[in-house]
Design a protein around this ligand. Structure first.
Ligand SMILES: [Zn+2]
Length: 620
């Protein structure tokens, strides 16, 4: 019986794992810029050229060219097979994997998920197209402009528009041969109650696609552009979408969250987009729910166990509610959850537009842990009269009692005692009463730690494009850059396809890598926009790790510029080679002509040979 680990399980394991942590077990690593450096375990060296990227979760040795993701490391270092490496990491991070192969029901469930994801993807394409199609899309575009959402953001976050009709999406998807039952399961249409048939769930709304960590569309949020209700409408719970497990913007925020070990949590789509536009990409938004334990677990897997959560609210009341809840939710550990309430009248969006990111970061550094925040809010509310102090204690005793860690609890009680100038023991007594009321005192607390490291913009990479490892100087610089771009900025793949960029590649290995990326992307096999075991060929994986290890923040404009540059250089090359042959013919320089034609022939042969090899068994 073949051992089968479902793809989603592998993704879960990969997301939980920390490559720096695991490699540190056998290699001494030192932080250097954005990366970690150490002596390569795969070849003898005195100066470190073995590079590990925490952000991208890959390693690469500039000395010997070894590289790949965490699984590749274990396979190479410990001689494990792929399933063994997956199981090893799952065990280390306490993730269960089914020991047996999949049952038919499991298979069915997974293929159903795939089919819903594909319906969602097509719906997203429709919404995006509708936004730029004039007519009522123009109104939506104007609205987004008014809210200061840039065109770049619109494209990067695939923001779209659901037209006003009752069946526009339905008709579009039916034309694509998708069965109504599947569209309904994806939550995009709703069965009519008084007559047969369906109608579109989202009508005349701005559409925000919601992605999972692997950039797959799992659901949608829709906002009206006027005062009609509901203001926001989300996809219902489906086989692929659950509000308590999903966060808006997570796919775009993930790598910045890893680097800064901090995550901002806001409540709305526009707040999130505004934070990202102001360069605070380590932010996510909940989808009309309070933060859940699942959210915390998921985020902690990204920001690390000492990472910081900053919950941003636009009113005291919302902040207080969240603070109480966060004491409940940030369970089992010393999560540093802080509450930031913006000055009254401002939400993150309007605050950033008016005061800018610097001021926002300053406000964050003054934010308080959940308990301290509650103490301050209670004092503000009830005042410091005798009655006020009594109310403050009675309001806070349950929250204090729910703090599992005795030391932390004592410290907060002391803080409260000092602030309201009452004997500590009196508060202890009240809290103890509240505690006996609680059966199982297993709870949590939001600590109030040191100053916040809001941004670590450290730059610096181990080597430039032309790394010293032999065999890595494949193709031209432009070709290598294009492959790196495809790995790091998959949004550009449709454009690559449209321009037929791959056909102009001269290096056959890079070309086949590019083609494999396109194919896999189309069939959604590449789930993360990183370099994760994309190729089944060791050399290609090494090249991919090499190309992706350096930090590159791509924008669509960069990509277009690079492609244009490449097209120009190919055209120039073709022109000169043809010109040279022509000139040799004209001057009757037979020796040169012979050489030029022979060179051309060799190139063609190489290409044929490679294609033959590629089609004869090597599957990418
Ligand atoms: Zn090495």
């Amino acid at each position: 019986m073949a051992f089968f680990i479902p793809e989603e399980k592998i993704t879960e394991i990969k997301n939980a794992a920390d490559i720096v942590d695991i490699i540190s077990g056998s290699v001494l690593l030192k932080k250097s810029g954005r990366n970690h450096l150490g002596l390569c375990p795969f070849h003898a060296e005195k100066t470190p050229s073995f590079t590990v990227s925490y952000e991208k979760q890959i390693f690469y040795c500039f000395g010997c060219g070894a590289g790949g993701n965490i699984f590749a490391f274990l396979m190479k270092k410990e001689g494990m097979t792929f399933p063994e490496a997956v199981k090893h990491i799952a065990g280390k991070y306490g993730i269960d994997i089914p020991a047996e192969s999949m049952t038919p029901e499991q298979k069915k469930r997974i293929s159903e998920k795939d089919s819903l994801l594909s319906v969602n993807k097509q719906a997203m394409d429709f919404f995006c197209k509708s936004l730029f199609e004039g007519g009522s899309g123009k109104r939506a575009l104007d609205y987004l402009n008014k809210r200061e959402i840039s065109e770049k953001t619109i494209r990067n976050y695939h923001i779209g528009y659901a037209p006003a009709g009752w069946n526009t999406l339905y008709n579009y998807l039916i034309k694509k041969k998708i069965l109504p039952g599947r569209i309904e399961k994806a939550g995009l249409i709703v069965q009519r109650s008084n007559s047969p048939g369906f109608y579109d769930r989202f009508r005349d709304r701005i559409i925000f696609p919601i992605f999972d960590q692997n950039s797959q569309v799992i659901g949608f949020g829709g906002r009206v552009m006027d005062d009609s209700l509901p203001k926001y409408l989300n996809s219902p719970e489906t086989a692929v979408f659950s509000k308590s497990r999903s966060l808006y913007g997570l796919n775009a925020a993930k790598s910045e969250c890893r680097v800064t070990e901090t995550v901002y949590i806001v409540e709305g789509y526009f707040d999130l987009l505004s934070l990202h536009q102001h360069g605070m990409r380590n932010s996510v938004a909940t989808l009309g729910t309070a933060i859940t334990p699942e959210h915390v677990q998921m985020l902690r897997g990204i920001i690390g166990k000492d990472g910081k959560f900053i919950l941003v609210y636009d009113s005291d009341d919302a902040g207080i509610k969240a603070a109480y809840r966060s004491i409940e939710v940030f369970d089992r550990g010393y999560a540093d959850a802080r509450i930031l309430v913006l000055p009254s009248g401002y939400d993150p969006d309007s605050y950033l537009v008016k005061f800018g990111a610097e001021s926002f970061r300053k406000a964050v550094s003054g934010s308080l842990g959940a308990v301290s925040f509650l103490i301050n809010s209670a004092i503000k509310k009830h005042g410091l009269s005798v009655e006020g102090k009594i109310r403050v204690i009675s309001e806070l005793k349950t929250a204090l009692a729910s703090i599992a860690d005795g030391v932390a609890r004592s410290l907060y009680i002391r803080e409260l005692a000092e602030k309201i100038d009452i004997d500590e023991s009196a508060i202890h007594e009240r809290v103890k009463d509240a505690q006996t009321g609680r059966k199982n005192g297993k709870t949590l607390y939001g600590s109030n730690g040191d100053g916040i490291k809001a941004d670590s913009g450290a730059e610096g990479s181990a080597a430039g494009w032309n790394g010293s490892a032999s065999g890595m100087r494949k193709g031209s610089r432009l070709e290598r850059q294009i492959i790196a771009m495809m790995l790091q900025f998959p949004e550009i793949l449709p454009e690559i396809q449209k321009r037929n960029v791959m056909n102009n590649f001269t290096d056959e290995i890079l070309k086949s890598m590019g083609k494999a990326i396109m194919e896999k992307r189309c069939s959604r096999e590449i789930k993360a926009p990183g370099v994760m075991q994309v190729f089944d060929d060791d050399e290609k994986n090494r090249i991919a790790a090499f190309l992706a290890i350096n930090q590159e923040a791509w924008t669509r404009e960069d990509c277009i510029r690079l492609m244009t540059q490449f097209e120009y250089s190919r055209k120039r090359h073709k022109d000169t080679s043809t010109k040279k042959i022509k000139a040799a013919e004209e001057t009757k320089n037979e020796k040169l002509l012979f050489e030029l034609l022979r060179e051309k022939q060799i190139q063609a042969q190489k290409k044929r040979k490679y294609n033959l090899k590629a089609s004869g068994g090597e599957t990418l």
